[in-house]
Ligand binder design. Structure first.
Ligand SMILES: [Zn+2]
Ligand SMILES: [Zn+2]
Ligand SMILES: [Zn+2]
Length: 347
């Protein structure tokens, strides 16, 4: 579990440039390949039976729907979800945090959430209950971590596909708990403040209430829209209808709805893009401490266009599909995919 040294740097003239220098992480591809790996080519450390190849799990949701823990010489079998520290972390608790001295430190938690015992994403997408279980375990783990007074923010991300940054194919999420609010979320907090001052209303509550040609899905608890100003074609935002800063108070019923939405959306994207597998990321934006008004949400970005110098050098993204047309296409295909299975849903 050697992380190598970790160092955090913030650009003195642009505070939205934050870097963690984590040289230990470059070993991760090499070591996974070597461990095999010797014997079987297709070895997956996240599959059931290979629990010893990961650090002991901090939280395991078992098939009996109980929460358990691994220990050094013991691994819980018969699991639905496993959460353990990343073997090659970008954050560590072995870092001295001097309260109030410097918010930007590499202190924190970097954990992996194996969402399902199923290795293949296509099989996983057919099991909405598995996604729901992953979110149940995630909500519990977030509740535990946020008790650490040094932690200000928790970011949850999904990398699916090698181009989207996944080094292992097995469906999994990652969690980054940090002593600071990441710059994109900090920018959104500023944006929320401006909107509230201007219109007296939360901008995401406004999206929830308004009819829009960008609406893709409108369920009991969530609204899904294509982004107004996207960075990729078909980029989506999933907004809970309840105005909350984070998902700690999200009910089990709401999590079930969210699981169904995520699986349906990914299946529809594959269909629309006519691909068996797509590269995509999603991230859950939440705020925990009292640092401003916020409405939590998920942003899902399929990787379609390669960003060039314009996007990287200016922050201006050239996108070739109009978000309103993208929504129209997604709506039509969602209907086709869902036909017969969940007819009570509003699409
Ligand atoms: Zn696997
Ligand atoms: Zn709101
Ligand atoms: Zn956001």
């Amino acid at each position: 579990m050697s992380a190598g040294s970790l160092e955090i740097r913030v650009s003195p003239f642009n505070r939205s440039r934050v870097s963690i220098i984590a040289i230990g992480r470059k070993l991760r591809f090499k070591q996974y390949r070597e461990k095999v790996y010797v014997s079987a080519k297709q070895f997956c450390p996240f599959c059931p039976g290979n629990e010893e190849y990961t650090p002991p799990a901090i939280l395991v949701l078992t098939k009996e729907m109980t929460f358990k823990k691994d220990s050094n010489g013991f691994r819980v079998r018969n699991w639905l979800v496993r959460i353990f520290p990343n073997e090659y972390p970008a954050l560590s608790r072995n870092i001295n945090v001097r309260a109030g001295k410097n918010k930007y430190t590499a202190y924190g938690y970097h954990e992996v959430i194996v969402e399902t015992p199923l290795h293949e994403e296509d099989m996983y997408l057919e099991k909405t209950e598995h996604t729901y279980y992953a979110f149940l375990a995630l909500r519990k783990r977030i509740k535990e971590i946020i008790n650490d007074p040094n932690i200000e923010n928790i970011l949850v991300i999904k990398n699916s596909g090698f181009k989207a940054g996944a080094s292992i194919k097995h469906p999994h999420l990652q969690l980054f708990a940090t002593t600071f609010t990441p710059p994109i979320i900090a920018n959104e907090i500023k944006g929320f403040k401006e909107c509230m001052e201007k219109h007296g209303k939360c901008p995401l509550c406004e999206i929830v209430e308004k009819q829009s040609p960008r609406t893709v899905l409108d369920t009991k608890y969530f609204k899904v829209e294509t982004r107004y100003a996207p960075q990729q074609p078909y980029e989506l935002i999933i907004i809970p209808k309840k105005h909350e800063k984070n998902m700690l108070k999200t009910s089990n019923e709401e999590l079930k709805d969210l699981a169904w939405i995520l699986n349906s959306i990914v299946k529809t994207l594959k269909h629309v893009l006519k691909k068996n597998s797509i590269n995509y990321n999603y991230w859950i934006h939440m705020v925990f401490k009292n640092i401003g008004e916020y409405h939590w949400h998920i942003e899902l970005q399929p990787l379609i266009e390669t960003w060039g110098g314009c996007e990287k050098g200016s922050g201006v993204h050239i996108v070739t599909v109009k978000p309103e047309d993208a929504a129209n296409k997604l709506r039509k295909n969602l209907k086709r995919i869902l036909q017969g299975c969940r007819s009570h849903r509003t699409v």
